[in-house]
Design a protein around this ligand. Structure first.
Ligand code: HEC
Length: 206
């Protein structure tokens, strides 16, 4: 027995080998975690982090849905005209109304659009236009198809109103009614050829 062994053997037996034992986990940590989780969830829900009502439960009735639709008749007509424009006209005249140089003339700021009366533009949209035309001093010599067979009086009135009243283009000219289109359509029923700019300029815009 050397000196060390002697020293250990003199200690009380339980202290000779230290043991790891499960200590009690402090209960307040569990409570604090639960509180944080609860208020965190409440906060998350409040800020629509869960299921946004706008996405997941938008409309409880058709009435509520209708309330979201525009009411102002001017606004409704504008939206209708804009839709028709993007479907039928924007391919050439562009959404911006600027057209494309040497090929498709601009509508934004066009002296053919900015007339006091709408009759020339009604005519050229109904029957199309072909040949040399000057738009804001620039020369074009191309052709636009007639729209009379593809668009109703109502649609032509809407799209022309959009073109004449588009605020983005600073246009504030009179709107066109379906009756105005119908009148010209009826009186020029027998016409089959597209207009030329020269012919149109001889007729009044009013
Ligand atoms: C396929 C191409 C094309 C489409 C689509 C088209 N246009 Fe045109 N538009 C032309 C061309 C080309 C001219 C000039 C014709 C010429 O050179 O004589 C023109 C001329 C005009 C003009 C007179 C000139 C001017 O710039 O102000 C107006 C107004 C017009 N178009 C309105 C419309 C409207 C409204 C629509 C939609 C319903 C439409 N166009 C769709 C090609 C098109």
């Amino acid at each position: 027995m050397n000196a060390d062994t002697q020293k250990f053997s003199s200690l009380p037996p339980e202290a000779a080998e230290p043991k790891a034992a499960a200590g009690a986990f402090p209960i307040w940590v569990i409570v604090a975690l639960a509180v944080v989780a609860y208020f965190g969830t409440v906060k998350f829900d409040e800020s629509d982090g869960g299921f946004s009502a706008q996405v997941f439960a938008p409309y409880v009735s058709t009435k509520q849905l209708e309330d979201f639709l525009p009411k102002d008749p001017e606004r409704i007509a504008f939206l209708e005209g804009r839709k028709l424009y993007s479907q039928n006209c924007a391919a050439c005249h562009q959404a911006s109304g600027l057209g494309s140089p040497g090929q498709f003339p601009p509508l934004a700021g066009s002296d053919w659009v900015k007339t006091e009366g709408p009759n020339r533009i009604i005519r050229l949209v109904l029957h199309g236009i072909q040949g040399p035309i000057k738009v804001n001093g620039l020369d074009f010599n191309n052709a636009m198809v007639p729209w009379k067979d593809n668009m109703t009086d109502q649609q032509i009135a809407s799209v022309i109103s959009y073109v004449r009243r588009n605020k983005d283009w600073n246009h504030t000219f009179s709107a066109v009614t379906p009756d105005q289109v119908k009148k010209i359509r009826d009186t020029e029923k027998s016409r089959t050829a597209p207009w030329s700019a020269e012919e149109l300029l001889k007729l009044s815009d009013k």
